[in-house]
Design a protein around this ligand. Sequence first.
Ligand code: URA
Length: 256
Amino acid sequence: MPKTAEKGRTPQRLDKILASQTDLSRSQAAALIRTGRVLVDGKRARSADQKADPDRAEIVIDGQPLRYEKYVYYMLNKPAGVLSASRDPDRPTVVDLVEAGGGRKGLFPVGRLDRDTTGLLLLTDDGDFAHRVISPKSGIEKIYHARLDGRVTPDMIQRFAEGVTLADGTPCLPAGLRLLEEGDAPLAEVAVQEGKYHQIKRMFGVVGLGVTALQRIRIGGLVLDKGLVEGACRPLTQAEKGLVLRAKQAKPKNAE
Ligand code: URA
């Protein structure tokens, strides 16, 4: 049975439930159970391998009811210099950041941002959700702000709207491009519905522009929380989770 289907639907060991829902390790959870601090359906639990259905059982730790959440969803304001990966022996990862910010174990990033890219990154332990967000078939827009080393022309906007072909021949879906700031280092907004490797940088490369800084500011209808400083994270609300999955947004005005 796949891991995601098993989770929360069949009785699980009590130490495992506690470890998945709190910041306790399995052995710390087992110690808590042994010392009689955990109640299951009103009865004192005695052993870590006692089974409970986490969806139904009323579990209380030191008088505090445990609210079982099958999956969790976090928004991270990713800083530059951090890898979009679960673990790395040498370098800090986005999962390290979210765990340090109180996130539970077993999280992974929903897609990847380059090491030097900043902004909105989602982390979850819900594989189906992640797949829906990433899949181009869902049509969920990802919006980026790109600082560029040259001028954006109407021809470039047209080429993005038609779908750029990358240097290696890979075709991209139509994308929105609009200029936000002119000047020596123009700022442009790009809307894409897919997440190919280095996609934004490679799309601009095809039209002769370099990206000097890249930030993701929106996924679907969910905008990066301006109150989150770089490196900080917070859980999504139910409403925000729904916003992520909202596929179609109004197109940028000059993308037609
Ligand atoms: N496109 C890129 O080039 N880099 C990212 O990090 C995300 C999209």
